[in-house]
Design a protein around this ligand. Structure first.
Ligand code: DGY
Length: 325
């Protein structure tokens, strides 16, 4: 029996795979992330850790777990909160939750495409604040989604799920990835895609190469009538530059679910016009969050058994140990 620490409360039934495998599960019953010292202490006392994207599993945390910790499973598909290189160096396997959140996240990306294009955020805020003077033919004149060109930056599972929705809405869909997908709608350069799109939706992981991928220069390549949607990771966009583009009217609208310094939101974005802001809820349906928790826990069970799970980001030595301990 291995000791598995779960760093923050999970949806009901989320840890069932760990319990079914007979592991000793130490759950943080609170819905507040551990501090770094608490995370280090947790790592020092565990064979496995199930963590969330609010946990920074850095070299220090991994060092605290040295000698015992065998696997870290993130309840998210993104894993930029984990120092995967440091984990690999220490022989600690890293798992995530690919596949189970694509449709739910694509639903939310499409919600933002519609809401930002049709200025639903500004309109809703006015209704609630009693600022709506009654119907007017010049009010809240948004951009049509049907017939518009959607440019997808990144064309993995979530990007493709957004493309399916967009086709149903009568959009023309193009995509850009670093490697040619060979699929219809592929655009060879990001700049070309930005210039050709009415709506741009981001679906790339956060890596050193995608940090501020949309900086002031790239934002300037967007049409002044364009809408930008980000459900990927906040730092993919330079928020200061985005706020400036919205304020000056060089960009029509933005729909954001992720931010550079969560939970902080750039004050200029909070005040920016034609902007819909959501609190990182891309995968937030009851069913999907529960599946994510289970997939992460299943990864832990497999690694502790000595098997290679399908949701392995990087293998530590534990996955080839095969000792079932
Ligand atoms: C992820 O999985 O990376 C999302 O941001 C949270 O669901």
């Amino acid at each position: 029996m291995a000791r598995v620490v779960v760093t923050r409360r999970l949806p009901e039934g989320g840890v069932d795979p760990l319990l079914a495998a007979g592991h000793d599960v130490a759950e943080n019953e609170g819905d507040v992330a551990f501090s770094q010292p608490e995370l280090c202490a947790a790592a020092a006392d565990a064979d496995a850790m199930v963590c969330l994207l609010t946990d920074r599993v850095d070299a220090e945390v991994l060092a605290a777990g040295a000698g015992r910790l065998r696997v870290v499973a993130n309840v998210a598909v993104g894993h930029d909160n984990i120092d995967v290189a440091a984990a690999t160096e220490r022989g600690v396997a890293v798992c995530n939750t690919p596949g189970v959140l694509d449709e739910t996240t694509a639903d939310l990306a499409f919600l933002l495409i519609l809401a930002a294009s049709r200025l639903a955020g500004d309109a809703e805020r006015d209704v609630r604040a009693g600022r709506w003077p009654g119907w007017g033919i010049l009010q809240y004149l948004g951009r049509d989604v049907h017939g518009a060109t959607l440019g997808l930056v990144g064309f993995g599972r979530i990007g493709q799920a957004v493309a399916r929705r967009a086709s149903g809405f009568g959009m023309n869909v193009v995509h850009h990835t670093r490697r040619d997908t060979g699929l219809p709608g592929y655009v060879a350069t990001l700049d070309e895609l930005l210039a050709a799109s009415d709506v741009v939706s981001l679906h790339v992981p956060l890596t050193p190469a995608t940090h501020h991928l949309l900086d002031a220069d790239r934002l300037a390549r967007l049409r002044p009538t364009a809408v930008l949607v980000n459900t990927a990771r906040g730092p993919v966009v330079d928020e200061e530059a985005l706020a400036e583009a919205l304020e000056s009217g060089r960009l029509f609208a933005a729909g954001l679910d992720v931010y550079e310094r969560e939970p902080e939101v750039h004050p200029r974005l909070l005040a920016a016009p034609r902007t819909v802001l959501l609190p990182h809820i891309g995968s937030a349906s009851q069913a999907t969050r529960t599946r994510m928790a289970r997939v992460a826990c299943e990864g832990v069970v497999a690694v502790l058994r000595g098997d290679q799970p399908p949701n392995l980001v990087s293998a530590g030595s534990s996955t080839s140990r095969g000792d079932g301990s």
